[in-house]
Design a protein around this ligand. Structure first.
Ligand code: HEC
Ligand code: HEC
Length: 400
């Protein structure tokens, strides 16, 4: 795992030839899903040289670790429990709003110990051997390899110059550091490029939530005249002329080994489902290791879930409710973005109009009640003191 300059994904060499015996999972016994044994499913980035037209990927070791995968839907009980917890969280957040209305302006320095266990459950990371995937496109290691190759392949663009990675740079949590993504004509206004971690758990995609699956989503940038401007007959013909690609499609889709738009988008989706944030100090804090966060960061967490009510929309381990809200930048509602990776994803907001986290907090602090383009839960004075703003920023940066 030292030489992590890579261009794709391959089976972890240490796994070759030593597959563990397959233990049937209870869900599998019920016939609900076909499961990969996690041991057969550990991926690591490849070290072999890339075909010349692949963009070179970055090498942040934290972001190129092994990834277990699998296909296990969340059980109904877990879903119900999460819903109940979120309801509890909303009540707590609401109570904090009411406290604000009655002029209680100081925030606790620590999250209250009696409700900390609730936050622990709400923000807990899921089991990564249970990455959700639709039954029509179960995750397999080889599909991940193909999807990673396609993600970096300029043959998906009309003029062979751009790939998904042109805008979604792995070194920046798959963003591009620009306020708005670069349109091909240099003038069309695209929006800010969002990060691509943890999307297997997302319910809708794009700032306006218009795509309902990653399979559906991938068609947009490929066909968009200002993004890749690709044409399917041209893309499939180019890939079919490449014997390495042909063999990857055969291995990834043994039942239907064609180079088609369906298989291309399925592989891209499968690759992206396997991109998730590494465990951070925040995750360890949530797992019970209290001192992983500094006192200032814990103070910021208390403000986030209490006085400032941020948790109303930014909740769960992905820090988003996956819903659309109006936050006063435009009359249209946009999807709550994740708050993971904030150190890598500036500038912020759907239009990239806010360069820093203190700018984002100033935006929330300055919202006026008469601004009708704002969700009701935001229309109230935040009254954060300077030390509270600093604590909130320190906390946001610790989420990672
Ligand atoms: C020109 C830059 C550009 C290229 C190329 C590009 N994207 Fe994007 N991507 C964006 C922007 C901008 C958005 C947000 C667009 C919106 O919401 O309307 C986005 C959104 C997304 C999302 C939704 C994320 C979320 O949280 O909702 C996914 C997934 C995604 N892109 C994957 C891809 C894939 C796969 C490719 C290649 C087939 C690709 N992108 C190519 C700029 C780009
Ligand atoms: C009513 C729901 C809601 C609440 C409450 C809320 N946010 Fe947001 N947040 C959003 C939405 C929606 C966006 C995207 C706005 C846009 O792009 O126009 C956003 C954007 C952000 C961003 C930018 C992220 C990025 O990658 O662009 C940050 C940081 C952020 N919020 C932090 C906070 C903090 C801190 C609080 C508490 C003070 C908070 N939010 C309260 C819904 C909310």
């Amino acid at each position: 795992m030292n030489s992590l300059r890579h261009t794709g994904v391959e089976m972890n060499p240490t796994m070759h030839g030593t597959p563990k015996p397959h233990q049937p999972h209870p869900a599998e016994q019920r016939g609900a899903v076909t499961l990969q044994h996690p041991a057969q499913c550990v991926l690591t980035y490849a070290k072999h040289p890339p075909p010349s037209n692949y963009r070179r990927l970055g090498s942040d070791p934290r972001r190129t670790h092994t990834r277990p995968c699998g296909d296990l839907p969340m059980t109904r009980q877990i879903k119900k429990r999460r819903m109940a917890l979120l309801a509890a969280a909303s009540t707590i957040a609401l109570t904090s709003l009411l406290c604000m209305a009655s002029n209680a302006t100081t925030a606790a320095a620590e999250p209250a110990s009696e409700i900390l266990p609730i936050w622990r459950e709400i923000f807990a990371r899921p089991n990564l051997s249970e990455i959700p995937a639709p039954p029509t496109n179960p995750i397999t290691p080889i599909k991940g390899i193909l999807g990673a190759a396609l993600f970096h392949d300029a043959r998906l663009s009309g003029d062979n110059t751009r790939s998904c990675a042109t805008c979604h740079d792995p070194e920046r949590a798959f963003t591009d550091g620009r306020p708005r993504a670069a349109a091909r004509d240099g003038k069309t206004q695209l929006s800010n490029t969002p990060p691509l971690h943890n999307l297997a758990w997302a319910k809708r995609f794009f700032w306006d939530g218009r795509a309902r699956s990653l399979e559906q989503q991938a068609r947009f940038p490929i066909e968009h005249p200002q993004e890749l401007a690709g044409s399917w007959p041209q893309i499939t013909a180019r890939l079919a002329a490449d014997s390495y690609m042909k063999s990857l499609f055969e291995a990834a889709f043994p039942e239907n080994p064609v180079i088609s738009s369906e298989n291309i988008t399925a592989a891209l989706a499968s690759h992206q489902r396997q991109l998730y944030s590494p465990v951070s100090r925040f995750d360890r804090f949530i797992a019970g290791e209290e001192h992983e966060l500094t006192p200032q960061e814990r103070h910021g967490f208390a403000i986030f879930v209490g006085k400032a009510g941020c948790v109303t929309c930014h909740n769960g381990w992905r820090f988003t409710d996956d819903r659309l809200h109006r936050t006063g930048l435009t009359p249209e509602a946009v999807k709550s973005p994740t708050l993971r990776d904030l150190k890598l994803t500036a500038p912020y907001m759907h239009d990239g109009s806010v360069p820093t986290l203190s700018g984002v907090i100033a935006h929330y602090q300055n919202l006026k009640p008469e601004n009708l383009a704002v969700s009701p839960s935001l229309v109230r004075p935040l009254n954060l003191a300077d030390n509270e703003k600093a604590a909130l920023i320190a906390f946001l940066e610790s989420i990672d």
